[in-house]
Design a protein around this ligand. Structure first.
Ligand code: FAD
Ligand code: NAI
Length: 510
């Protein structure tokens, strides 16, 4: 009975503490305290982007040490791991958008934000050019901004490998508008397929949903789409039951090359059970408004060109550098041989520059372009900038103390000041010893549909564990909810999941 009472009390106390913390977080989130004003006499740090790398830097940066300005064409942070869920309405898009203004308003010293696209970086004059690309423009829509230090965190854009027809006909999945476009397009295909007198062939084409690229983006989207069909569409639009069909096209011999072999097999088997067709060794060469044309490598090694009619085409074949990054690379001789993005050294400094750093998908390192890497890089740079500021203030203190020591006449005073100099000099040596960036891989997770996920997890030094199935799916959900930044968005995501469980997904076309 005593154990029972203890457990009951422990549960009761944790619920009280949990509710208290939640209430405090909600209150704290809505009531930012006054900030220190910007100080133009400090060094100007310009941060480009509001994604994983830039926001991770901003969260840990002591903004009172610099005159900080952020430039990004979107005034929010996007939680990309849940973006595939927005394409079918499992998650509403606003649930994974965190207003940047909230993040910046909670910093100790205020940070300037300009909603604009950086169009040019001049590493010699140390200025950037930025353009307001939004619909509403004032008298000034383009201007420049000088910097002492620059952090480039502009991410990457979708690659099409220059394959004809992709840009004009395919949907991509990188930004929130992409997910909204796909959601509308799915319902448009369905309503058009069920239009009066539609021929059976045209119906089949419109209901064929083709995903090109068997990386995690393509796999997660295909899984979400099949869920939508199984759980909602077939119920509300029974006429499409026999013709609705998802195909995943991949050039390599298997999907998800970054996952372990057993997880690849598990995914391929799950897709087979879910009736998603996987076409491996199939490289798309051309796209028209109604079909893709792909080269298939047959088991005997011979090649064949096939045509695949589609209603919706989602293109997810990886990243390439943005124009602003490509232009900067052309200006720096040390970047001449780089194709995939900005080459950086072990301190994330852009090679061939001084005082310019790059984080995340716009840079080239030995790590994969993931949110996990970008976050750790951003946090590393925050430590670096905080340390630089501390170093500078310690150097100033040592200089001042040295002057005092030189001017001191009484031996007692001289001794006191000298010992203080030693303490400060020791602290200075410690802060100057900043280690190069080192990435700690915590594992890879992906949702594959029908309430299943796969996980390659890493513990400590080289201990790996693979797991898959419905328990992994629960882990996937709890891991991602815990990673969502604000309490507000955590609650929104949980409410979206509950809403879909209770009422299903919305099948209206926006
Ligand atoms: P981003 O997060 O893309 O941010 C770039 C920022 O720069 C944006 O704010 C953008 O508006 C801004 N910008 C763009 N151009 C300019 C310009 N010219 N001037 C100024 N600002 C500019 N990774 C994982 O680790 N786990 C996952 O589960 C996962 N899931 C994903 C799901 C999807 C659908 C996608 C597309 C990616 C996923 N990723 C995942 C990868 C992850 O999102 C990226 O690696 C990560 O976003 C990179 O962070 P970043 O800061 O470099 O770029
Ligand atoms: P990716 O680069 O991982 O995969 C693209 C795939 O497209 C490759 O397998 C490639 O072989 C294939 N491909 C290229 N051209 C093709 C063609 N013409 N025809 C057919 N197939 C073709 O790209 P993805 O999935 O967009 O991911 C980008 C980055 O984001 C990766 O680093 C990934 O790890 C990360 N990411 C991570 C997620 C997670 O951890 N859950 C989810 C989504 C993305």
């Amino acid at each position: 009975r005593r154990v029972g009472t203890f457990l009951w009390r422990a549960t009761y106390s944790s619920v009280i503490v949990g509710v208290g913390l939640l209430a405090y977080n909600i209150y704290d989130g809505r009531h930012p305290v006054d900030q220190l004003p910007p100080d133009p006499s400090k060094k100007t740090l310009v941060i480009l982007g509001s994604g994983w790398g830039a926001v991770s830097l901003l969260k840990k940066l002591d903004t009172e040490n610099y005159n900080v300005a952020v430039v990004s064409p979107r005034n929010f942070f996007l939680f990309t791991p849940l973006l595939p869920s927005c394409t079918t309405g499992t998650i509403e898009h606003r649930s994974i958008m965190e207003p940047l203004r909230h993040i910046l308003r909670h910093k100790k010293a205020s940070v300037a934000f300009y909603e604009a696209e950086c169009t040019d970086i001049d590493p010699v004059k140390r200025t950037i050019t930025m353009r307001d690309n939004s619909e509403v423009k004032g008298d000034i829509a383009e201007t420049s901004l000088p910097f002492d230090y620059l952090v480039i965190g502009v991410g990457a854009q979708n690659t099409t490998f220059g394959i004809p027809g992709v840009e004009e006909n395919a949907c991509f999945l990188k930004e929130i508008q992409d997910a909204q476009k796909i959601r509308t397009r799915i319902m448009d295909c369905i309503e058009t397929a069920t239009f009066k007198d539609q021929s059976p062939e045209e119906r089949k084409r419109l209901l064929h949903m083709v995903v090109v690229g068997g990386g995690p983006t393509g796999v997660e989207f295909a899984g979400e789409l099949q869920d939508f069909f199984e759980e909602d569409l077939r119920k509300w639009v029974p006429e499409i039951e026999t013709d609705f069909h998802v195909s995943l096209v991949e050039a390599l011999p298997n999907v998800l090359p970054m996952f372990s072999k057993e997880l690849i097999s598990y995914t391929e088997k799950t897709f087979k059970d879910e009736k998603i067709d996987i076409h491996t060794k199939t490289m798309v060469k051309k796209v028209t408004d109604k079909s893709i044309f792909a080269e298939v490598v047959k088991p005997d090694g011979s090649k064949e060109m096939i045509e695949m009619p589609y209603g919706l085409l989602v293109w997810a074949t990886g990243n390439m550098p943005r124009n602003v990054v490509r232009n900067l690379m052309k200006k720096i001789p040390e970047q001449a041989n780089s194709r995939r993005g900005l080459e950086v050294n072990e301190y994330l400094v852009v090679k061939g520059t001084e005082g310019i750093w790059a984080v995340g998908d716009c840079s080239v390192t030995k790590y994969a372009p993931t949110a996990q890497v970008a976050t750790q890089e951003g946090a590393y740079l925050a430590r670096l900038f905080n340390t630089m500021a501390k170093t500078q203030s310690l150097e100033e203190e040592v200089e001042y103390l040295e002057q005092l020591a030189n001017g001191a006449t009484a031996p007692e005073d001289k001794k006191t000041v000298t010992s203080e100099i030693e303490v400060k000099a020791k602290a200075l040596r410690r802060t100057k010893r900043l280690m190069p960036f080192q990435y700690t891989h915590q594992g890879s997770l992906a949702y594959i549909g029908s309430d299943r996920a796969i996980a390659d997890l890493t513990f400590g030094e080289g201990n790996n564990m693979s797991s898959s199935g419905q328990m992994t799916y629960l882990f996937w959900r709890s891991a991602y909810v815990s990673m969502v930044f604000s309490t507000r968005n955590k609650l929104l995501v949980i409410m979206d999941w509950l809403k879909v469980k209770m009422f299903g997904r919305d099948v209206s076309r926006e």
